[in-house]
Design a protein around this ligand. Structure first.
Ligand code: PLP
Length: 401
């Protein structure tokens, strides 16, 4: 059976060139990057190069990159690290209603320990308004955490505008207000530049960029004070303890380098495939809704609600035909709760449950789109035929009146 992978927002396959770059660090270059001897220095050189490559992906300085285990840890470190360092200046945080569970989870935990959290709405297009951020800022606000692009609907948030606002306030003497952004989905799929964004902290994860799982980075702007969360050795300039996962870090570096080199081509390709896919769905299937603003979004992602259908059922049906997609974020699949992100758009529970995320990658083809369109049309027809609500909604054929 043909297999079509359309779940690149959950994870990407590891690029063969990335595997090649990391292999020596799993064999002859096995040293501990903290060791003083030759073997250690070989590993250190690999980590240093990767640090430069990851920094270049986001327009940062290498010293501003902290390697860690992935996007979840980066979000935890950013939010908790700033909160703990800034509690003396205030205990209020601003975020959005559609953050990834790793950010949402820390916010919920902080709230239980006495912090106040404002979760801004995203309206029906899935985008936070900068004016709402401005209005939500209080004298005791110490952190704004706003994702750059959403993982379920791909909408791009006005982080650069919020960054300009924070800079404006800083120029007026406001010294303890920081801006964090989760760029896990955005990196490698759109230009991400910490200067243009004006952010102080930024989260990255390697496995969304054709590198392995279990490695990521937090950008921490020079001068930003935060409290280290994992303590132990002196690694990562005392910002994150633990022996560096050298081979993974090297892989991340190579993937970042390739992402910079191939960004335009990847963006153009995934956008073309995604747009052709959406046009095909619109032409073949009725009673669908596209979720999220269709202009201000990542080029590779499409989120569609199919009326009268459970997303889980559709996912399984597509999987049986060889097409891999996702209902909402990968981290929430397995639970049948309607996606909080789709609900934040004001959709009914029925439409939220009927939503599917299709996310394209650099190696998808036109044939993948054609095959998926056929499989999807079949799956939707079959499932709707089993839905009493759908059948009731159909006009009665004249012969039966
Ligand atoms: C927006 C966003 N943030 C954070 C994460 C978590 O990253 P990781 O899987 O590396 O822990 C993900 C992963 O799905 C994500 O999409």
């Amino acid at each position: 059976m043909r297999r079509v992978y359309l779940d690149h927002s959950a994870t990407t396959p590891v690029d063969a060139r990335v595997v090649e770059a990391m292999l020596p660090y799993l064999s002859e270059k096995f040293g501990n990057a903290s060791s003083v001897h030759f073997f250690g220095q070989q590993a250190r050189a690999g980590v240093d190069r990767a640090r430069r490559e990851v920094a270049a992906l986001i327009g940062a300085r290498p010293q501003e990159i902290v390697f860690l285990s992935g996007g979840t840890e980066a979000n935890n470190l950013a939010v908790r690290g700033i909160a703990e360092a800034s509690a003396a200046y205030g205990r209020h945080i601003i975020t959005s209603q559609i953050e990834h569970p790793s950010t949402r989870g820390v916010m919920d935990a902080l709230e239980k320990s006495g912090w106040q959290v404002t979760r801004l709405p995203v309206y029906d297009d899935g985008i936070v308004r900068t004016e709402d951020v401005r209005r939500a800022i209080r004298r005791d606000t110490v952190l704004i955490s706003l994702m750059l692009a959403n993982n379920e609907i791909g909408t791009i948030q006005p982080v650069a505008e919020v960054g300009a606002l924070v800079r404006e306030l800083r120029a007026e003497g406001r010294r303890h207000l920081w801006l964090h952004t989760d760029a896990v989905q955005a990196a490698g799929r759109m230009t991400v530049d910490v200067e243009l964004l004006g952010c102080d902290l930024l989260s990255l994860s390697a496995h969304k960029l054709y590198a392995p799982k279990g490695v990521g980075a937090l950008f921490v702007r020079r001068g930003v004070r935060f409290i280290q969360q994992i303590v132990g050795g002196h690694q990562e300039r005392e910002r994150r303890a633990g022996t560096e996962s050298v081979a993974n870090v090297v892989a991340f570096g190579e993937a970042a380098r390739l992402a910079v080199e191939e960004m335009a081509e990847r963006t153009e390709r995934t956008r073309r495939l995604r747009d052709r896919f959406e046009a095909g769905v619109e032409a073949r299937i009725e009673e669908i809704v596209f979720n999220g603003n269709r202009q201000q979004r990542l080029p590779h992602l499409s989120n569609i609600s199919f009326r009268y259908i459970e997303g889980e059922g559709l996912l399984i049906n597509l999987d049986m035909q060889g097409v891999a997609v996702s209902t909402g974020s990968a981290c929430s699949s397995g639970s049948l709760e309607p996606s909080p992100v789709i609900r934040a758009l004001g959709r009914t529970d029925e439409m939220a449950r009927g939503s599917i995320r299709f996310s394209f990658g650099k190696d998808n083809t036109d044939e993948d789109v054609d095959y998926t369109l056929e499989a999807l049309t079949r799956a939707v027809e079959n499932l709707r035929r089993l839905s009493p609500l759908y059948l009731e909604s159909r006009p009665v054929p004249p012969a039966l009146i």
